[in-house]
Design a protein around this ligand. Sequence first.
Ligand code: ADP
Ligand code: MG
Ligand code: MG
Length: 957
Amino acid sequence: MPKYVYFFGGGKADGNESMKNLLGGKGANLAEMAGHPGLRLPVPPGFTITTEVCTYYYANKRKYPPELKAQLEKTLGMVEKIMGKKFGDLSDPLLLSVRSGARRSMPGMMDTVLNIGLNDTTIVGLIQKTQNPRFAYDAYRRLVMMYADVVMEKAEGIEPKGGKGIRKVLDERLGEVKREKGYTYDTDLTADDLKSLVAEFKEIVKDRLGKPFPEDPMMQLWGGVGAVFQSWNGKRAIEYRRIERIPDEWGTAVNVQSMVFGNMGDDSATGVAFTRNPGTGENQFYGEYLVNAQGEDVVAGIRTPAPINEYSKNDQSKHLPALEHLMPENYKKLYAMQRSLEKHYHDMQDIEFTIEKGTLYMLQCRVGKRNGVAAVRMASEMYKERLIDAPTAVRRVQPSQLVELLLPMIDPVAELAKTSIAKGLPAGPGGATGKAVFSSEDAVAWAQRGEKVILVREETSPEDVDGMHKAQAILTSKGGMTSHAALVARGWGKCCIVGCGDMEIAHDNKSFKTKSGVVVREGDWISLNGTKGVVYEGSLTLVDVDIEHNAAYMDFMKLVDKIRVLKVRTNADTPADTRKAVTFGAEGIGLFRTEHMFYGEGSEKPLFLLRKMIMSKTKEEREVALNELYPFVKNDIKATMEALDGYPVTVRLLDPPLHEFVPHSPDKMAALAQELQVDVEELKKRAENLKENNPMLGHRGVRLGVTYGEVTAMQIRAILEAAGELIKEGKKANPEIMIPVTCTVEELINQKKIVDKVYPEACAAVGLKKIPFLYGTMIEIPRAALTANRMAEVAEFFSYGTNDLTQMGFGFSRDDIGGFLPDYLNNKILPADPFQTIDQEGIGELIKIGIQRGRATRPQLKVGICGEHGGDPESVKFCHRAGMSYVSCSPFRVPIARLAAAHAALEEIAAAEKPAKRKPAKKIEAKKPAVKKPAPKKPVAKKTAPKKKSPKKGKKR
Ligand code: ADP
Ligand code: MG
Ligand code: MG
């Protein structure tokens, strides 16, 4: 008989941590905490209904497997025995919570119902037993509220009238009573207040939802269970799964657990904590709690939560008593438990606890979400503490998370000059600037129009996730560091400020006013410093961060570099970009575009000379212009090559169609005409002649070199002499000459003749016997990939230009894809934008064929990629698997590519080990920080160049 119900409690558990697929994350961890001999923490007993029941439920017209009822009742009996109470008992009723729990935690996505089992008769027993009517009625009104919301409204798919859900209606009624009575806090409500509220609530529920609140405890329980399963297919849950890419098939488990009460008076409390600071990664116990509160009060931001210890104090909570002082004994116990949990799980844990009349209970633990900054610091420090080994540390950080460490902060100088308008809690670091919007719908709509927005709310709820996702940053006036907004922002690594009590949002939800009287209206620019929790008016400049001084990052990247096999280069055209890329860890330039020197700052003179060359009529005229242009080209290449200190530099010869450089303004035309001693009309005619119908497929790349051999010759001379001069000066240089837009080996042979002619002249010119260089080509036309065996007869290296390869492989214009791509994505015709992530099925196949055929001719062939894809984590992994030697990407993406390359190496090792051993239980063995050398590379990779010593360190490939 299939087992659908798993018990936990009293030092025992049917399940354990490795059973997440079956028990969900929460259920598996409850079992582990309760039953593992090394933990046996005080977890209120309960049971988990498996995800298989969820699957069954949806496969069988929302019916349960027939065995479920008996199994549930039997296990409930075990719980009752441990608790010494019976569910539905009139004198001492057992109360239960019904909690959802998917495999991966979906914070705030699924709903929990507390205090199940209370009704008008059992409450009498509860009051007698506890001698605390206020508590009992507080529990009861919460049950009615949660049950009506979760089970009777949301799970039933009822669209609330006027958009106002039952919870909100009841909440407002509660607020009214507080106002009528002149109370500030929920805790001011008396037993009588609550008693009449319960009665009122029930009336409202019946009235609005058309059904009475069920009194029968068993009906309540099954209603709760069903609601959890229903909520798996609720709108919010589906939305979250889309964003987080959680498969719909996983389903959720249901946890039923005996209640413990943090709302039994001043010796009771409930809280949320992290074994390390999830915002900074610092190894400090961090958390918040509320005295005399239940369940989600801490997260919901109803009262300002108090700090669990001195370390956790912030501006909003510094006056509140810390748990470590208020309940020192229990704090000590809690502290010890969180330590043992972290040691047990080898990772930062996010825990929920409740203290009932002085007794501490653990209600949840899970691997805590963290932002990128914290992820890097934790990985690096846990490795040092020998809590985890190097591969584990490296796997703990997602490549995309590194963006947070590299992406802009508010310019500190600009910030000094500004006075902040409000201050809140720093829930998500980094800087952001955008226009204020006050609803999730607006955030989505404005962002779709291409506006940068910051979502401003009192607090956020799961309904807001879409808008939160689209916004640059999130700002809330309420809520603490564990509020919904903070948790979600932390998960995404988004700039976020919460609990900004200095601002009050207007009733019409179109503006906010700060304490100092500043009014910010919808559409006004604001800027946030999420690291400090400070808000500014206007749009402040954002600047880059100083990554080299982040010790944790530097240590972490050392681990990354030990593991990865693929080299990482950068696409850079200036010494400044190059130096930046080198600080980010670039090991050379994969794409230096010569034409760059004709754009932007300082390009006036060379551009003029280039134009002169282009507009020349005869070879002689052109050579005059080229000779004038030569020193500019040489110096440009030399400066960048010098910045690389011996790392290879792939210099691509002139690529764009010449017409792109033709001047348009009359005075530029006139100056050029004078220089060339022709009249303007004649010049215009020459320009006209350069026009093409389809310039991207026209006279460009190597085709220019074929027509104008002297242009190639000048560039080759510039490259070789730049290298030669550097060597002469005692420096290092390793140029790689790259011919663009080739489709046949004959083009390479044609240009190689020019190289062979220029080379001895260059050597003589600088006075060297030889100058090191490689001769190779960009592979960006499908024909070149298919004839790679021939191309490699001449080319010593290939660099995949995947932008054009994708364009020509798909026949999609890079510049016009915006017109139809959304339709392709919406209709699932394409899984992703192929210009962002390599299309492995098609373009990837061309790449693999090219590598195989190329290396069949030349086993040493060096292969890289220089398209935009070189910095996309999935594409980087593909490049590793395809056996490339390196990837090249923009400077900012270099660290991301390094980490993605390390992940690719680890995945390869894992895939190789899989069939051998299958032991899912323990992820990692502690105290084994030794760096695992990657497994020997597969055959394709082995054939790669035996590596000329790279300047810093020699490595494979
Ligand atoms: P989420 O998935 O949103 O974290 P939980 O199932 O953890 O939802 O429930 C939310 C809150 O309800 C918990 O933080 C906890 O404080 C409270 N809670 C759940 N079960 C119990 C219980 N058996 N006793 C006391 N409080 C509970
Ligand atoms: Mg919840
Ligand atoms: Mg929880």
